[in-house]
Design a protein around this ligand. Structure first.
Ligand code: COA
Ligand code: AMP
Length: 629
């Protein structure tokens, strides 16, 4: 029997032993005497009597172990022409100073801090500083517009918001401060203070409730690490659900530290002193887990890259980063590779760099299409590893764990479930399906450490969203199948979530934005296949009778509205005014049928359709190749 099978079986047969052993990779103030506490099931708790500090584990302990002069974080920013290396000792000092500054503002154990920042090292410093004093951070992706930030401020009720004067998007400088001010104006909850990192590209004008990061830190005394319960939240990360209200995924401290530390060696084959480059953003779970916490918990070096895979200034930047910083494992979303391929189809720019140290390319965030897989594998001649996970799970559910045993790759599949994950496929009646048959992908409870214990302040929504569909199972929201060799195939979401350039977005929240327009009677937003971004949203609206408006004008207003309400990241570039939307006789909009037609499938017209002629009228518009690459 292979190594993978042994480890996988051990994790499910005796999770107590498996995870207590994994917990030995972490330094505890009070070591846990047991792994799982099922007493409040389905609210499982990991390491219930353990106490630790995650920042200590990610930073200080490496300094104490003599690795103070090793690079912890390399900031590589082609958009500002900056490279800066933080050794573990420097990182500890900067984190301790900012933690002291937060303490001075009255932030303590359990208080929330919202971080709305571009890809600058201070974003990681702010996250770690919260962890250091037992505060709970909630990072909001910089591409979200003020109303989205306001919703998160209202839900997390932070004492302090940490932001920057601006972000840099390609060649554009985006002032963040006006966005933050607008969000605070919209929010019902008012933070006590806002800390602003002034960037030279565009400084912000500070108001009476704003503090300059540099001034604040200059006057602060360093804060020590505060041990917290393993079950205390480390962070809240909001993610898109079916409705416009995002879900506040909670990550507990002990489970997160143990699982991420374990995954670094087992999945990514990264150990102390080795370098990982994750091309994502600290605003997403990938950034939390594998730009910040994972590599640092392992005592490795992480690259924090501020730029795009293409256009900043060229499609060779990822290769430059790999060569310049000695990257062993790289991780990004397939869309980044599609973008590079579009610019440099033959991958000629790789020849300009020494990529001999690169051992693995990991891809996640959306389905890895076989074409992109083959292109990347042929170009780099290293294992290209698709892996599947979610904000909720915090680390991969299904992957090819090269640190345990590399399995043969089957393009189109992220390989097999990782230890800790008991993945099943069920039919609508909750019965297991045969190998190869599609169904809902679920995970048998309890979920392993590091996955969400609940939603912030909303146990009921946690149960309703994830645990109520199939008793005893976590609903992933993805559908797919498992083949006879145990390989999982993830085919797509079963809900209104779409993945646009690896960014998880809700079509429901876009519909809410469109419906807010005074001339809109009803609307539908669907995600359609896109050669570059995987999926892009398209909107269809019916105007109220007698508005007398020029449809083209309204369409442009609607595109702007979604950008203002959700953010540029929504990428809703196309909205069409139509006479009617196809519906069932009971009035439900046939979004799935619309999506199928738009994607060019031979979509059957459901028998429940109210008026088939509506679909026929819409068909040419849905099929239109439009702006898609
Ligand atoms: N702040 C402000 N605006 C942002 C932003 C941020 N942090 N991030 C994105 N945006 C804006 C972009 O500028 C763009 O605006 P535009 O419509 O005015 O051009 C819009 O949001 C859409 O962004 P994006 O979907 O990223 O498209 P893009 O054309 O700028 O780049 C890719 C496309 C494929 C190059 C890019 O999405 C990418 O590198 N993705 C892969 C990696 C990744 O981050 N995955 C996340 C999870 S792993
Ligand atoms: P997020 O929470 O932003 O990480 O998005 C999670 C969702 O992205 C999953 O539920 C899937 O729909 C999709 N996803 C992530 N990784 C993969 C993958 N490797 N293959 C297919 N879909 C993926």
């Amino acid at each position: 029997m292979g190594m993978y099978e042994d480890v996988f079986r051990a994790s499910l047969e005796d999770p107590e032993r498996f995870w207590l052993r994994a917990a030995e990779g972490v330094d505890w103030e009070v070591a846990p005497s047991r792994a799982l506490d099922p007493s409040a099931a389905p609210f499982y708790r990991w390491f219930p009597d353990g106490r630790l500090n995650v920042c200590f584990n990610a930073v200080d302990r490496h300094v104490e172990a003599g690795r103070g002069e090793q690079a912890a974080l390399i900031y590589d920013s082609p958009v500002t022409g900056t490279r800066r290396t933080y050794t573990y000792a420097r990182l500890r000092d900067e984190v301790a100073a900012f933690a002291g500054a937060l303490t001075g503002l009255g932030v303590g154990h359990g208080d929330r801090v919202v971080i709305y920042m571009p890809m600058v090292p201070e974003a990681a410093v702010a996250m770690l500083a919260c962890a250091r004093i037992g505060a709970v951070h909630s990072v909001v992706f910089g591409g979200f517009a003020p109303p989205e930030l306001a919703v998160r401020i209202d839900d997390a009720t932070p004492k302090v918001v940490v932001s920057a004067s601006c972000g840099i998007e390609g060649k554009r400088v985006i002032p963040y401060k006006p966005l933050l001010d607008r969000a605070v104006e919209l929010a019902g909850h008012k933070p006590y203070k806002q800390v602003i990192l002034q960037r030279p590209q565009e400084r912000a004008e500070l108001g009476p409730d704003d503090l300059d990061w540099a001034d604040l830190v200059a006057g602060a005394s360093p804060a020590a690490c505060v041990p917290v319960a393993a079950t205390d939240p480390l962070y809240i990360l909001y993610t898109s659900g079916t409705t416009g209200k995002p879900k506040g995924v909670v990550r507990d401290s002990g489970g997160c530290a143990v699982a991420l530390h374990w995954s670094m060696a087992a999945v990514y084959d990264i150990g102390p002193g080795e370098t990982m480059f994750t091309g994502s953003d600290v605003g997403w779970v990938v950034g939390h887990s594998y730009i910040v916490y994972g590599p640092l918990l392992a005592g490795a070096t992480t690259v924090l890259y501020e730029g795009k895979p293409v256009g900043t200034p060229d499609a060779g930047q990822f290769w430059r980063v790999v060569a310049e910083h000695g990257v062993k494992t790289m991780f990004t979303a397939p869309t980044a590779f599609r973008a590079i391929r579009k610019e440099d189809p033959k991958g000629t720019l790789t020849a300009e760099y020494d990529l001999s140290g690169l051992r693995y390319l990991f891809l996640a965030g959306e389905r890895l299409d076989p074409e992109t897989y083959h292109w990347a594998a042929a170009l780099l001649d290293i294992p290209v590893i698709d892996h599947w996970w979610q904000t909720e799970t915090g680390w991969p559910i299904v992957a090819n764990p090269v640190g345990i045993e590399a399995a043969p790759v089957k393009p189109g599949s992220p390989t097999r479930p990782l230890p800790g994950w008991d993945v099943r496929v069920l039919d609508p009646a909750g019965q297991p399906v045969e190998a190869g048959v599609d169904g809902a992908i679920v995970v048998k409870l309890p979920l392993p450490p590091g996955s969400l214990p609940t939603l912030w302040n909303d146990d009921d929504r946690y149960v309703a969203s994830y645990l109520s569909a199939y008793d005893g199972y976590y609903l992933t929201g993805d559908s797919g199948h498992i083949d006879e060799d145990g390989y999982v195939y993830v085919m797509g979401r079963t809900d209104d979530v779409i993945n646009v350039a690896g960014h998880r977005l809700s079509t429901g929240s876009m519909e809410e934005a469109l419906a807010a327009h005074p001339d809109v009677a009803e609307c539908a937003v669907i995600g359609v296949a896109d050669a570059l971004k995987g999926q892009v949203p398209r909107g269809f609206v019916v105007l109220k009778a007698g508005t007398g408006r020029d449809p083209k004008e309204v369409e442009a207003e609607l595109v702007r509205l979604v950008r203002e309400r959700i953010g540029a990241v929504a990428s809703l570039k196309e909205v069409a005014v139509v006479a009617a939307l196809p519906k069932t006789r009971s009035g439900k909009i046939l979004r799935k049928t619309m999506r199928g037609i738009a994607d060019g499938h031979d979509e059957p017209i459901p028998s429940t359709v109210d008026d088939p002629s509506v679909i026929e009228t819409l068909r040419p518009l849905l099929r239109r190749p439009d702006h898609r690459a």
